[in-house]
Design a protein around this ligand. Structure first.
Ligand SMILES: *Cc1c(COP(=O)(O)O)cnc(C)c1O
Length: 495
């Protein structure tokens, strides 16, 4: 399997090269030259296999330059060893007659990013061994919360890699900050940036493209890589859980083989929803893909009109991991929906760069209308959705998952489509105890995040995850706060 760029259909690099490089030199994203397909019989035959075994079968079709042994070792290091608190890695919770919450947050950092960021470091180090043996990799991450912790945990003590994570000094939840500054491991650091998330992100981008920094690193035998969600090594692992979820529903007799189910996904950078689309193309009988946004509803408007317009106000919401105006992975969807028209994709993204806006052609608009539905809600509606799920069904979910539930209800009302639905649940409610408490009770909310979690546990009767509760009293390792124009110096002084 070779990989092309969304902006140049003839690049033809190996999976290892695509994973190590992260992004193509033309600025496009790496995409597989074809999508492997599974028949219903082949899907049914996955029943009874462990999550790791399913991952091996599915990923071996994408990562054809990895040997079976290499892939098995990567998968074992990622999903084995009790890192996930569920034997199946994910959990499926049935709520009411037709909703199935696919809980992807049973990993070490209690957010769905673990599903990919446990495996990416393994794939990355294996890729470097193939492409440029002997080199060390330095991974830089700018985070608004969940990605940073998941990346630290995934790369912790992985040989041949070092990682630095930057978060905005006043821009992450207290629980998220504690998760990062208490991180253990000998090959990593995290630092606050005196600025907002955009400052952290553009600082990281600047370091990446600064030839003098690159040169200094090269003298030390190091190369840069990226762990953000445009890396193919983060996307491929996400296809696995959609296939595994459908197989689990068949296995439990919840659906007949081949029965179509809809999927609702809380969306930010579009990686998670794109993986559902790939799974559908690969033969999983998914119906409508419901794209759920918070008040930053640039994708909702895009699905409705075919016009992507980022020239709008940015809102800080109570589902912060979806506060985003430029959804990078949408580029991969447009490449597929346009019939892999790299020229059209180049044009749209040049327009986005220049004017902050582009409009796709009629064929893409039709394909969007056929397969997708967009919904969005504000903070109040998010809390109301949490409250409704808790009161009517005794099901507790976080703010991001609630946005998807609300979009699904709106879809149901608009279309009357009563097919069963998978609602993707992306974070533990305890990561956002503050908002969840406000949604389910009138009790005053304490300031301390551990008191919040304890109160939520008392009210909801659902145990708080040990990885969050054990942060209490843990020593703070990282106290550095770096000026935004000093990030490169800081990185070079540390590694
Ligand atoms: C990252 C994240 C999302 C958005 O996922 P994308 O793949 O970027 O669309 C949703 N919910 C949570 C909790 C997240 O951490």
């Amino acid at each position: 399997m070779k990989y092309n760029s969304t902006r140049a259909s003839s690049v033809g690099v190996s999976a290892a090269q695509a994973i190590m490089q992260g992004i193509s030199v033309d600025g496009g994203l790496f995409v597989p030259e074809s999508l492997p397909e599974f028949t219903i019989e082949e899907l049914a035959a996955l029943a009874g296999k462990s999550y790791g075994e399913k991952a091996q079968i599915i990923l071996s079709k994408f990562l054809t330059d990895f040997t079976g042994e290499e892939l098995a070792a990567c998968i074992q290091n990622a999903y084995g060893g009790g890192k996930f608190d569920s034997d199946g890695v994910f959990e499926l919770s049935k709520v009411g007659e037709s909703c199935y919450f696919l809980e992807l947050w049973h990993g070490p950092t209690c957010a769905f990013k673990d599903m990919a960021l446990q495996l990416l470091p393994q794939l990355l180090t294996a890729s470097v061994k193939k492409v440029s043996p002997g080199q060390e990799v330095l991974v830089l991450v700018a985070t608004s919360g969940d990605t940073g912790k998941a990346a630290l945990e995934g790369f912790k003590d992985v040989p041949g890699v070092k990682i630095a994570v930057f978060y905005p000094e006043n821009g992450v939840a207290e629980m998220q900050r504690l998760q990062m500054v208490t991180q253990e491991g000998g090959n990593l650091l995290t630092a606050a940036i005196q600025g907002n998330f955009d400052d952290a992100q553009s600082g990281v981008k600047q370091i990446f493209t600064d030839p003098s920094v690159k040169g200094k690193l090269a003298e030390r035998g190091m190369v840069f890589s990226s762990a953000n969600s445009i890396n193919w090594g983060r996307l491929a692992p996400q296809v696995v859980y959609y296939i595994a979820c459908y197989v689990a529903m068949m296995e439990k007799g919840e659906i007949l083989p081949g029965e179509e189910v809809n999927v609702a996904v809380p969306t930010g950078n579009f990686g998670n929803l794109l993986a559902a689309y790939y799974a559908k193309r690969m033969g999983v009988p998914f119906g409508t893909l419901i794209c759920a946004s918070n008040r930053n509803n640039v994708l909702t408007d895009f699905i409705d009109t075919g016009i992507y317009d980022r020239n709008r106000d940015f809102y800080a919401t109570n589902s912060p991991s979806m506060d985003i105006l430029v959804s990078s992975n949408l580029e991969r969807l447009l490449y597929e929906l346009s019939g892999r028209d790299d020229g059209a994709v180049r044009g749209w993204f040049a327009a986005l760069q220049e004017d902050g806006e582009y409009e796709v052609d009629e064929a893409v608009k039709e394909a969007l209308a056929e397969g997708f539905w967009g919904g969005s809600c504000n903070d109040g509606e998010t809390l109301a959705a949490i409250g409704r799920l808790f009161r009517e069904y005794g099901y507790l979910c976080d703010t991001h998952t609630a946005v998807a539930a609300k979009a699904y209800w709106d879809y149901l009302e608009a279309t009357g489509d009563e097919r069963k639905v998978i609602i993707v649940s992306t974070a533990s409610p305890y990561k956002f105890s503050d908002s969840v408490l406000r949604a389910i009770s009138d009790t005053p909310v304490p300031d301390d995040p551990f008191e919040q979690a304890a109160l939520l546990q008392r009210l909801a009767g659902v145990p708080a995850p040990p990885p969050l509760m054990s942060l209490k009293g843990k020593g703070i390792r990282f106290t550095e706060s770096v000026a935004k124009d000093k990030m490169a110096d800081y990185v070079l002084s540390q590694f």
